[in-house]
Design a protein around this ligand. Structure first.
Ligand code: UT7
Length: 333
């Protein structure tokens, strides 16, 4: 069966400033060796002060629009996935819209953290399938670097994350031959919301920011690393198996697996659990760290531009992150 929607254009943008593990060694008690062996990360990129997540998303959007060969005025819906919006409200969807000079179309923000891209893809797929919209711009972007705890207390998280953005254009699929977005499957378990979260600012505090709430450390993200690691390694394969069963495929049919780039050890465990050869797994975390919602479209765009992913290939996406949320998507290019 053909997918009703397809990715017709893709692009990504990474801010130029590179931060190596050696740079982080100067800020906290960590080492290049620890970071590389525990996560596979060698460097990440940080946006400069004054640059917003919507700026990174805008740059990625321009590249996806160009890749799709469309005029930006043809876009009839924007979906934006991020956990690090420029402001508490409004979301970045409308900010990207304004930067693109597109007015009066809808702009929707998705809050599903590391699974944000697949959640957003699922929504775009439904809009296209129901023929509500014809050209959806989906941006996934993050600036993590402004809000990490660079003291020893926060080193578990601070060394993992980086900034970046990816974007795709989703259009009706008229290609046939079993191509297009074949399925998306979304999952979550809110019992574990506090295992990976940024507790504050919270409207439960009145007023929302006080000396006390600032001192509480709640403004920095916190993670139960081992539980996240273990659950991610189990749930991504489950989501992949759901997609395979739904589409009557086996893991042997998959040409490329693109896991959310959370930790290279997690990606390798997912591959081992699924029995997929490691050469079929797209892995670029060494260069960018964990860019949360942006990691899958960045990895996918790189692999397409390097001609590693080609027309006709079967590509499996899977993600896991804060919420907990997890997801899979199967695409025939
Ligand atoms: O996108 C989804 C979100 N996040 C993830 O998927 C991340 C999931 N979790 C992980 O990737 C891993 O749990 C980490 C990479 C965060 C940690 O790896 P780990 O093998 O689980 O290490 P650990 O937490 O058990 O820590 C081992 C040691 C501890 O020291 P002691 O208690 O053994 O003396 C930590 O304090 O490593 C210490 N440690 C560090 N040392 C140097 C923690 N962070 C660092 C650091 N540098 N950055």
């Amino acid at each position: 069966m053909d997918g009703k929607a397809k990715i017709s254009g893709i692009g990504h943008y990474i801010p130029p400033k590179v931060i190596t593990n050696f740079d982080l060694e100067k800020q906290m008690n960590t080492s290049d060796e620890w970071i590389r062996t525990r996560s596979g990360i060698e460097e990440r990129h940080y946006a400069e002060a004054g640059i917003g997540t919507s700026d990174l998303a805008y740059e990625a959007a321009l590249r996806a629009i160009d890749d799709a060969g469309i005029n930006k005025s043809e876009i009839d819906m924007i979906i934006a996935a991020t956990l690090s919006p420029d402001h508490y409200f409004p979301g970045i969807g409308v900010l990207v819209q304004a930067k693109l000079d597109l007015y009066d179309i809808g702009a929707l923000d998705i809050r599903n953290q590391c699974s944000g891209f697949i959640y957003a893809l699922s929504v775009a797929d439904q809009y296209i399938s129901s023929r509500t919209y014809k050209k959806v711009l989906l941006v996934a972007a993050e600036i993590q670097s402004s809000n990490l705890d660079y003291s020893d207390d926060g080193r578990d998280l601070a060394v993992l994350f980086g900034d970046g953005a990816g974007a795709v254009i989703i259009e009706p699929n008229e290609n046939g031959n079993g191509t297009g977005i074949l399925s998306t499957h979304l999952f979550s378990d809110g019992r574990f919301a506090q295992n990976l979260w940024m507790e504050k600012p919270s409207p439960m505090d009145k007023p929302i920011i006080t000396e006390e709430t600032l001192a509480s450390g709640g403004f920095m993200p916190k993670m139960s690393g081992k539980h996240v690691f273990k659950t991610a390694s189990e749930k991504m394969p489950e989501a992949v198996r759901t997609a395979l069963a739904f589409n009557n495929f086996t893991i042997e049919d998959v040409d490329h697996l693109i896991p959310h780039q959370a930790n290279d050890r997690i990606s390798l465990m997912v591959a081992r659990n699924l029995g997929i050869p490691v050469e079929k797994v797209i892995r670029n975390i060494s260069k960018y760290g964990n860019t949360t919602a942006a990691s899958i479209p960045i990895a996918m765009d790189e692999a397409i531009k390097e001609k590693r992913i080609n027309k006709g290939d079967l590509v499996m996406l899977t993600a896991f992150g804060s919420g907990y949320t997890w997801a899979s998507a199967l695409i025939r290019m």
